[in-house]
Structure formats: structure tokens, C-alpha cells
Design a protein around this ligand. Structure first.
Ligand code: BG6
Length: 474
């Protein structure tokens, strides 16, 4: 029991970023356009993300934050050095699909793309940092959106699996921990970012989304199967945008709504962990008039389940049977919770919610968890001495790490913790730079101005000490 109370000795401490929010260099060395590259900063952003904008041509007047981001494509060596200085044991990033297959359907990969990521992962290994790599983090090739409607089409399965196989082979020995799709459930809430879906007038959106989800799930299972065949040491995870729904009151109808809101998100993980569709989907699909096109072989493929369950946690959520008001927490609609403080962007702050979510996930799946995103988006300022005193971020992370340790003591198995984010980067929801999450400040503003200079924030030294003390010195 004593052992269970403590953090495992090989616990992986670190931080996370994604390719599209950090790399920039959006056409360098043959890279193709991806969905995120056509999502502008500003008023039209939400419409595009929701799949409601049919004209996706780049507008020369608009600002697209992914095009330069924080230029990690050129600064990765010095940035990874800073992460090593903090003592990172793991660094989570993603591969941009369109660096490896610029259009998504080529016969052969782009060597320059493979060379770039080889160099990134070698850089990690140089400092004994374990790379944790997401294959698709909100960046589907635009060519596949334009030509086959992205994940509406079954053909996507082959394109993705070919891409995944190329990566597993190319980085065998360098990368062991893989995630197939970032926040897979976001497909339902932000369908263009999640799966490159653009709706046609009059369509049944639910049908399009769940059909795409089916293809994504089959592709994920096939990739998992391949990863295990290529190297049995490979560890493959699913990735959930987590945060349990609380019923707003103990009114049974509120409880029922909250249960179903959780199911909506957990549906994906239910399939990826158990290897089959949960029974509740029969009724759900009937009521939403969803008649999925499937093949018998799909249900054999789905049996290739993941090794661990990774998830992001920013906030708990709240639901009632009279959802009148709504606030946004990570694009999943939620009611404001009057018992909780909020971030500058209105996201609830709920460390106990992390403990609750971890216990829910572990009770449901009995698989090791990996907390791969957790952090505070806040407005940081550089003071007259050139310092960033982000005590609020330290407080947020401290409380969440305490809650995480409580969950471990409750009996939850947790492989590691990667904060969002290791370094400031572009916000996925708003496209802002001013919504900062990192331990390292990047000099850039919301209008694409700045020197891109890096500054270690106060939280940098704090996190270094957290890792060095194995989570004791908080
Ligand atoms: C998760 C994503 O949704 O939350 C990240 O996986 C994202 O890509 C993070 O950046 C924080 O959200 P946001 O919108 O504040 O950047």
C-alpha cells in the first residue's frame, strides 16, 4: 500500500506542444497545407472550425497564426535544451502529417519531413528525454479535405495508416510512446479542426460526424495493430479531451443529462479501450438517424485496443436538463459552475475535478492513464526587469499536481504528466499568442509582431524543482 501512495520511480515528468501551434514554417521543405493552416485569426475563425465555411481558400488579407507560430521548426534545438534544463523526462509533440505526406495521398514520403522529425527526436534522446508523439493533432491534409471530404471518406483509413506506418518505421528505436489522434472526441465539437469536416447545406451533421468517427476509429485501431507488429515495445495511447460533467443539481434529469454528456465524449475511448461499440450507441444512433456504413472486417480491426489512456484536463464541466446559459471550456459546451474560480478566458479551475476525472477513467477502463495536457492559459507580462512573475500558473499547476498525486494514492495508475504547454505557443481555440501556457515566454503578440525571443518565466525554475524532487517540493 505504501508503494501505491507514492509516485512511481519511472514516472514521466515533462511538457507538451503540438506541431501546428509551434513549428510555423508552414510551406518549408515541401510541407503541404493542413486544415489548421486555413483557420484565420479573428472573426471567421469559429465558423471555419465548426465546418460551416465552404470557402477555405487562403485570404491574403487574413492572418493565419500557424504559418509562423513560434518558429519551433528552426529553434527546436535551443528550445529542447531549455526543456532538458528543466529536467524533462518526456516531451510531447506531434508530427505534422503534411510534412511527411504533403498532400496526404502520395506514394512516397517527403524525406525532408522525415529528416526534420528524426532530428527532433534525436535531440530529445541526447538529453534522455522520451518523446511522446501524436500522429494527428488537429492538422489533416487540406488536399484530402478538398478531394475526398476528409474523414467522411473510407479512403482516409488507408491514407492515415500509410502515414502512421511510415512514422513507426522511420522512428523505430527513437519513439516508443505514440498517440494516434489528439483529443479524438473534439471531432464532435469542432469538426473541421478535429477531422477536416465541412458540412453541406441540409446535411444531418450527426450522421457525417459519426461516420467520420467510425473511419477515424478503424484507422486508429489499424495503426495500433501495425505499431505493435513493427515493434512489440511500442506503447499506443488514445487521447481524450477530458473533464467529467457534473450535474448542475441533484435533479435526476440533470444527473441523466450529465451522464449522457460524458458518454458522448467517452464513446471514442470506450471503443479504443474495449475494442467494440458500446451498447448505448444502438439507441443513440437510432434516435439521431445515424445509419453507419461499415464493413464486417471493421469490427475485427477494432479489437486492436490501445495500451494506455491519455487525456487532457483543464476543467470539469457542468450540465443540466435546461442548458440555457453556456460557457466554453475547451470547445465542449458547459454551464458555469458557481463554486469554481475562472481563468482569464473563463475556463473553470477545478483541481479536485482532476482527481474525480482520473478516478472515473481508471474505474471505467482499468488501463494506465497518461495526463498529457494540463495547464493555465493566462495573460503574462514581462516586467521592467525582463522577468515574468507567473505565480498564478505555479498555483494552478501546484494544485493540480497535488490532486494528481491524490488520485494515484486512490489507486489510479499514471504513467506521466506533461503540462500544456512546455513553451508559449498559439492557442488552438482562439489563435491568440496572448493566451499563454508555457514555462518559457515567447516574445510575440496577437498581430504576429515580436522578436520570438525566449524568456524563462518564474514557473520555469519552479517546475525544475518539482521534477528534481519527484513532485515533493511543490
Ligand atoms: C487542447 C488541445 O484542446 O487544449 C491543444 O489539444 C490546445 O491543442 C489546448 O492548445 C488548450 O486550448 P487553447 O484553446 O487554450 O489553446
Amino acid at each position: 500500500f505504501e508503494e501505491q501512495l507514492a509516485l512511481p520511480a519511472d514516472f514521466l515528468w515533462g511538457g507538451a506542444i503540438s506541431a501546428n501551434q509551434s513549428e510555423g514554417a508552414y510551406r518549408a521543405d515541401g510541407k503541404g497545407l493542413s486544415t489548421v493552416d486555413v483557420i484565420p485569426h479573428g472573426s471567421n475563425r469559429l465558423k471555419v472550425k465548426l465546418g460551416l465555411e465552404e470557402n477555405l481558400a487562403l485570404d491574403p488579407e487574413a492572418y493565419y497564426p500557424s504559418h509562423e507560430a513560434i518558429d519551433f521548426y528552426h529553434t527546436y534545438k535551443s528550445d529542447i535544451k531549455l526543456m532538458a534544463e528543466m529536467g524533462f523526462k518526456v516531451f510531447r509533440t506531434s508530427i505534422a502529417w503534411t510534412r511527411i505526406f504533403p498532400k496526404g495521398d502520395e506514394a512516397a514520403p517527403n524525406q525532408k519531413g522525415l529528416e526534420f522529425y528524426r532530428s527532433v527526436f534525436e535531440e530529445c534522446r541526447k538529453y534522455d528525454i522520451e518523446p511522446l508523439v501524436t500522429l494527428c493533432h488537429f492538422d489533416t491534409p487540406m488536399h484530402l479535405v478538398d478531394t475526398i471530404g476528409s474523414w467522411r471518406s473510407r479512403e482516409m483509413i488507408n491514407h492515415f495508416v500509410n502515414y502512421a506506418k511510415t512514422c513507426f518505421e522511420a522512428f523505430d528505436g527513437l519513439v516508443k510512446y505514440w498517440l494516434t489522434f489528439n483529443e479524438i472526441n473534439i471531432l464532435l465539437h469542432s469538426p473541421f479542426s478535429g477531422a477536416g469536416l465541412v458540412f453541406k447545406p441540409g446535411e444531418n451533421h450527426d450522421l457525417v460526424k459519426y461516420q467520420a468517427a467510425h473511419h477515424v476509429l478503424v484507422a486508429s485501431s489499424l495503426a495500433t495493430k501495425l505499431a505493435h507488429e513493427i515493434n512489440p515495445e511500442n506503447q499506443i495511447g488514445c487521447m481524450l479531451a477530458g473533464g467529467d460533467f457534473y450535474p448542475e443539481t441533484c435533479h435526476p434529469e440533470d444527473v441523466w443529462v450529465a451522464l449522457n454528456k460524458d458518454r458522448e465524449n467517452l464513446f471514442f475511448i470506450d471503443v479504443q479501450v474495449r475494442g467494440y461499440y458500446p451498447r448505448y450507441t444502438k439507441r443513440l444512433f437510432r434516435e439521431k438517424k445515424i445509419d453507419l456504413k461499415t464493413e464486417a472486417a471493421d469490427f475485427e480491426i477494432l479489437k486492436h485496443t490501445v495500451d494506455f489512456v491519455s487525456f487532457s484536463y483543464y476543467a470539469s464541466r457542468c450540465a443540466s436538463h435546461q442548458m440555457t446559459q453556456s460557457s466554453e471550456a475547451n470547445v465542449v459546451k458547459s454551464l458555469p459552475n458557481p463554486y469554481l474560480e475562472k481563468s482569464d478566458w473563463g475556463w473553470a479551475i477545478d483541481p479536485l475535478g482532476l482527481r474525480i476525472t482520473m478516478n472515473t477513467l481508471y474505474d471505467r477502463y482499468q488501463k494506465p492513464l497518461f495526463l498529457v495536457e494540463n495547464g493555465l492559459g493566462a495573460k503574462d507580462t514581462v516586467d521592467k526587469d525582463g522577468q515574468v512573475q507567473d505565480d498564478y500558473r505555479i498555483a494552478y499547476l501546484r494544485d493540480h499536481i497535488k490532486a494528481m498525486k491524490e488520485a494515484i494514492a486512490d489507486g489510479v495508475e499514471l504513467l506521466g504528466y506533461t503540462t500544456w504547454s512546455a513553451i508559449d505557443l498559439v492557442s488552438a481555440s482562439t489563435g491568440e499568442m496572448s493566451k499563454r501556457y508555457g514555462f518559457i515566454y515567447v516574445d510575440k503578440d496577437d498581430t504576429n509582431q515580436g522578436t520570438l525571443k525566449r524568456i524563462k518565466k518564474k514557473s520555469f525554475a519552479w517546475y525544475k524543482q518539482v521534477i528534481a524532487s519527484h513532485g515533493e517540493d511543490l
